[in-house]
Design a protein around this ligand. Structure first.
Ligand code: COA
Length: 333
């Protein structure tokens, strides 16, 4: 049977940093409030002329280098984002162009669940026998869609990109066998009834950009934080349990969890509900804030480079985003 293995990782965040104090100089908030309610200390934001694909390219180059695969040998690029350089063409094709390579490339849009959804798409492409080497990137620049006068949202998000190289691997053991390596299972879900609780109202076909949409700030991200918070805790915990159950693994066997980095209190609550100890959760939102579809691959790359991931390590990653969309993926490295 073909299984999908992840063999290289990379990441890129912009140089420019916005601290909590920088934000507190503009809106009525404080470093203390942001840290205690979210765990975030700072975030990296793109400069005026930098784009999402600029970060994606750097993360992709690092992932290819660590996989020992030349970008030219990549057969397909999948890129999770809701903040592409422009509405069309895709951020994936812009990234492909900047890498100087050719071949199929497309975006997956599931907001902050983009990396989790995209991993499942890439796994399908590889296990279906379509491609043997896929470059998969999560890249996001929500700072460009922030209302920096809205203290309920602007404290949360940052920009960045993370990438993995996924390859086909022939294996003849079931997923529950400790010798099985790569993506073992995934569980995705979604509930569109919550679309209005987290969205960017204008800029699409419902409200095309106009002088009015800009004047009224409808091109900015809007969120009902409390609703998202409680949905995140419940649905992420549930997705982790479902993904593990599919391959008859128990939470005790998980060695590392890479959660979407939205809020430290959400991560702590998911740890309690899934009964996976907190110290198994990778947390870096203090440094980057919520980088949406990029948060999991950035944290994964940091964990790999810090030596927290070895051959055979059992990983779980989970994400939830606008939609709502959510899911979890079980991987043995
Ligand atoms: N600084 C100071 N006070 C703030 C503030 C800020 N940045 N943002 C909100 N407040 C105020 C509110 O106005 C409210 O005041 P009130 O009680 O006088 O009305 C009070 O703080 C509590 O607001 P509340 O929304 O209940 O805070 P919270 O504890 O839920 O924290 C979030 C707000 C946004 C941090 C939290 O809801 C959250 O993280 N939600 C999930 C968001 C998320 O992860 N989104 C992305 C998903 S991918």
């Amino acid at each position: 049977m073909i299984r999908t293995r992840l063999v290289g990782t990379g990441r890129c965040v912009p140089e420019r940093v916005k601290t909590n104090d920088d934000i507190a100089r503009r809106v009525d908030t404080s470093d203390e409030w942001i840290r205690t309610r979210t765990g975030i200390r700072k975030r990296h934001v793109l400069g005026e002329h930098e784009t999402t694909s600029d970060m994606a390219v750097e993360a992709a180059r690092q992932a290819c280098a660590s996989a020992g695969i030349a970008p030219a040998d990549i057969e397909c690029i999948v890129l999770a984002t809701t903040t592409p350089d422009m509405p069309m063409p895709s951020c994936a094709i812009m990234t492909q162009h900047k890498l100087g390579i050719r071949g199929p490339a497309f975006d997956v849009g599931a907001a902050c669940a983009g990396f989790t959804y995209g991993t499942t798409v890439v796994d399908g492409l590889i296990r279906g026998g379509l491609y043997r080497r896929v470059l998969f990137i999560g890249a996001e620049a929500l700072s460009k869609f922030m209302d920096w006068d809205d203290r309920t949202t602007c404290i949360l998000f940052g920009d960045g990109a993370g990438a993995v190289v996924a390859v086909a691997d022939e294996q003849d053991v079931p997923a529950s066998d400790p010798r099985a390596r790569g993506i073992l299972s995934s569980h995705l879900d979604g509930d569109g009834r919550f679309w209005a609780d987290l969205n960017i109202p204008a800029g699409g076909t419902a409200l095309p950009p106009s002088v009015e949409t800009v004047t009224e700030g409808k091109h900015y991200l809007r969120m009902n934080g409390r609703v998202i918070f409680s949905q995140a805790v419940r649905n992420l915990s549930d997705a982790c349990e479902q993904a593990l159950r599919k391959v008859e693994l128990s939470p005790d066997e998980v060695e590392l969890v890479i959660p979407h980095q939205a809020n430290l209190r959400i991560i702590d609550a998911v740890a309690r509900r899934t009964r996976i100890p907190q110290d198994k959760f990778v947390v870096n939102l203090d440094e980057y804030g919520n980088t949406s579809a990029a948060s999991i691959p950035i944290a994964l790359d940091e964990a790999v480079r810090a030596g927290r991931v070895d051959e055979g390590t059992l990983l779980l990653h989970c994400g939830l985003g606008a939609g709502l969309t959510w899911g979890a993926v079980v991987v043995r490295w």
